[in-house]
Design a protein around this ligand. Structure first.
Ligand code: PLP
Length: 419
């Protein structure tokens, strides 16, 4: 296996992760020697089927489930879409409850559904990114087919009380899906099968397995209609020849996620906290977005007031440090992040936010490097910026917010005059 690049300091593990060497090693035989189709009747195919079975058991163990409750898909997006689609089909109901801060996999699917005759309630969040259980309860209606709420937010790391929400849904006779793509290896999921969660999505590339393989956990006795219709693979619940090598890799990655769980929750969190606290101590006008207690151990989303995140990211890129603003799927868009906007950040502050996300492959040396580079970079950008704190108009950050509000009102007045 090629060694990972050492000219890159990779601090964007919520976008994707490095394939673990052990995962790669487990996959190779299925890309070279054992290329048989697991559905074939001869022993060359059957042998592959045996490895598929083993991988399914390992993935099931990650969520404390039985292998029959695991469906392999192509990605987290497909798993999300499949759960919501199936609930609408099996219940015949036409209303969905979700949040304003979901990943685009759920946001864009529910937008599409809304344009095509379904009802969607999108719950807001508090300024610290947390969600109120009472709001979920109020939003459930007689015609609600499914509540789909993520376990952990990909931008801020803030977690939601999904097991409590699942119990509430069960009481009300409504299906519950959680997008748990950001959680394996960071949160202990082994009690999932004992909870009232009906559907749970995961994605290989977020836990050191390859891209192009996902998981949909479907609780025993919860009905599921296939979203990808084809052959009888996955016990008729998802057509398409299995991505064997990646599934085997995901099995190994799931095993490792459990082995490293305690480390990720302690060592990675300690690194993240050191990074955050050092930046806060070194630079003024910095804010950590999201509830600092109710958060994944690896994620840090920071507002660097008076600078544009895009400028920070370009400069970080130039020195080989990878981080992001928003999610990888929305990077390039000039609109401020929908997650940070839902948390009531002003557009100016939302545009100044950078997400750093760590993994077990990060070292203290990575943190030292980032801490050496970022503070002088921010100081330089602030000195150049017309929004900089030294600018007399912007001495108080609220002035910027007030000015943006005025500009918006002015634009609205102008456009109504032009109508
Ligand atoms: N849900 C969340 C919370 C994510 O972070 C992502 C990926 O960024 C997805 C879903 C989509 O997963 P995939 O890239 O496997 O389609």
């Amino acid at each position: 296996m090629h060694a990972p690049r050492n000219d890159v300091t990779y601090l964007d593990n919520n976008a994707t992760t490095r394939i673990a060497p052990e995962v790669f090693e487990a996959m190779v035989p299925f890309l070279t020697e054992y290329y048989g189709n697991p559905s074939s009747a001869y022993s060359f195919g059957k042998r592959v089927e045996g490895h598929l079975k083993e991988a399914r058991e390992k993935v099931a163990a990650l969520v404390g489930a039985t292998p029959k409750e695991i469906i392999f898909t192509s990605c987290g997006t497909e798993s999300d879409n499949a759960a919501i689609w199936s609930a609408l089909q099996t219940t015949g109901k036409k209303h969905i409850v979700t949040t304003q801060v979901e990943h685009s996999a759920v946001i864009n699917q529910t937008d599409w559904l809304e344009k095509n005759g379904y009802g969607v309630t999108r719950l807001g969040v508090a300024a610290d990114g947390t969600l109120s259980l009472a709001d979920v309860e109020k939003a459930i209606r007689d015609d609600t087919a499914i509540v789909s709420i993520m376990w952990a937010n990909n931008e801020t790391g803030v977690t939601f009380p999904v097991e409590e929400i699942a119990s509430l849904c069960k009481e009300k006779g409504v299906l519950f899906h959680t997008d748990a793509v950001q959680t394996p290896g960071k949160i202990d999921l082994r009690h999932v099968a004992k909870s009232d969660i009906d559907f749970l999505s995961m994605s290989g590339h977020k836990l050191h397995a390859p891209k192009g393989v996902g998981v949909l956990y479907v609780k025993k006795r919860t009905k599921i209609l296939p979203y990808v219709i084809g052959g009888g693979q996955e016990r008729g619940k998802r057509g398409g020849t299995e991505n064997v090598a990646s599934i085997v890799g995901l099995g190994r990655a799931s095993e490792m996620a459990l082995e490293h769980l305690a480390e990720e929750q302690v060592r990675v969190k300690t690194m993240r906290d050191r990074f955050e606290n050092a930046l806060l101590a070194r630079l003024p006008h910095l804010y950590v977005n999201g509830n600092r207690e109710q958060r994944l151990p690896n994620t840090s989303n920071i507002a660097f007031d008076f600078v544009e995140a895009e400028a920070v990211l370009m400069r970080l890129d130039a020195v080989g440090i990878c981080a992001s603003s928003g999610s990888a799927c929305t990077t390039g868009s000039l609109d401020p992040s929908h997650v940070l906007s839902a948390m009531s950040l002003t557009p100016a502050r939302a545009r100044s936010c950078v997400r750093f996300s760590f993994s077990r492959y990060n070292s203290d040396a990575d943190i030292d490097r980032a801490l050496e580079v970022i503070p002088p970079m921010i100081e330089e950008l602030r000195a150049m910026s017309p929004l900089g704190p030294e600018h007399p108009d912007n001495f108080d950050y609220d002035v910027v917010a007030a000015r943006e509000k005025e500009e918006k009102m002015m634009a609205a007045t102008l456009s109504s005059l032009n109508d």
